[in-house]
Design a protein around this ligand. Structure first.
Ligand code: GRG
Length: 292
């Protein structure tokens, strides 16, 4: 699978979801959902779904599953940017949803997108020929990663840690939940879509756990080394919010080295499990080499 081709498929699936959102949710909230879904992201999580699906022998069209994960991710960005959270004005190179619309609309958008994502995942799993049990397992895995034991839990820890120094272990726990859980879930449900064995899924999860952490470390580094223009979101926000970060704890070079080590270990783990997946290897490299 060429990355560009995969990304184009994900964009098309998200555009279809945006059109669906407009008809499903009348008025400004449906409009704003479409705005959030169409924002220009890198689609890393969706690409991970597709790469894992192919790596496990899937030969159908898994873009629906990819779009479901991207929908959860898009909702998390909408809520993350709210004044009661990171309070940001810019995302994906344009106004955040609460700036383009308002806070009540952005709040409603995020909430509406969670069940919307779950139903999208369920439909996509059915279209890949999964039976009810496996279909339910995909939706459960996505909601688990999004919830208190995953992304929401990590975000709560992150908010709680603002303004105070945390240890490396605490920071790792925050990152694993806030960012890593959805990344790990992306490869897991890609594998599930292809009816992978539990051994294959465990290997994908281990890969996802490592690159999830590496992804957030790279994010922390970019926050202090890249410009707002490059990032499409406000640079230097972690410092403004007095957040603990990997560069603050390990230095920029130390943080980069940690991310690179995790990406290498992620790929080694796949090889040890006998999974040959050039796309997953390329995505592990992209995670740490990206410039935005
Ligand atoms: C109810 C407490 C509570 C939380 C709601 C808001 C939220 C859940 C979680 C926040 C999760 C979050 C935004 C984590 C940051 C992850 C991250 C590194 C985002 C940037 O991802 P990219 O670089 O963005 O992939 P693009 O725009 O390319 O998709």
């Amino acid at each position: 699978m060429a990355e560009a081709e995969g990304k184009a498929g994900i964009e098309a699936a998200l555009a279809a979801l945006a059109a669906h959102a407009r008809t499903l949710v009348p008025g400004v909230v449906g409009e704003a959902m479409a705005y959030a879904l169409a924002g220009e992201g890198k689609r890393v999580r969706g690409l991970l779904v597709l790469a894992a699906y192919r790596a496990c022998g899937g030969s159908g069209d898994a873009t629906g599953l990819a779009a479901a994960v991207e929908t959860v991710h898009a909702y998390s960005l909408v809520h993350d940017d709210l004044p009661c959270m990171d309070d940001d004005d810019m995302r994906r190179g344009r106004a955040t949803v609460h700036r383009a619309y308002d806070v009540p609309v952005a709040t409603a958008v995020g909430l509406a997108m969670i069940p919307f994502a779950a139903l999208t995942a369920s439909r996509a799993a059915a279209s890949l020929g999964l039976d009810d049990t496996h279909r339910a397992a995909v939706v459960r895995r996505l909601m688990q990663a999004s919830g208190a034991a995953g992304m929401v839990g990590g975000q709560l820890l992150d908010l709680d840690a603002e303004g105070r120094q945390v240890t490396l272990d605490e920071l790792q726990e925050i990152h694993r939940g806030k960012t890593g859980s959805l990344i790990s879930c992306s490869v897991a449900i890609g594998g599930m879509g292809a009816k992978a064995s539990s051994r294959q899924i465990a290997a994908l999860e281990a890969y996802g756990d490592r690159i999830g952490l590496a992804f957030q470390i790279a994010d922390d580094v970019l926050d202090v080394t890249a410009t707002t223009e490059q990032l499409g979101k406000t640079a230097g926000r972690d410092l403004d919010l007095h957040k603990s970060t990997y560069p603050a704890l390990l230095g920029i070079e130390g943080a980069r080295a940690r991310a690179e080590m995790l990406a290498r270990e992620a790929v080694d783990g796949l090889h040890q499990a006998g999974i040959a997946a050039p796309d997953l290897e390329a995505l592990a490299r992209f995670t740490v080499e990206r410039r935005s």
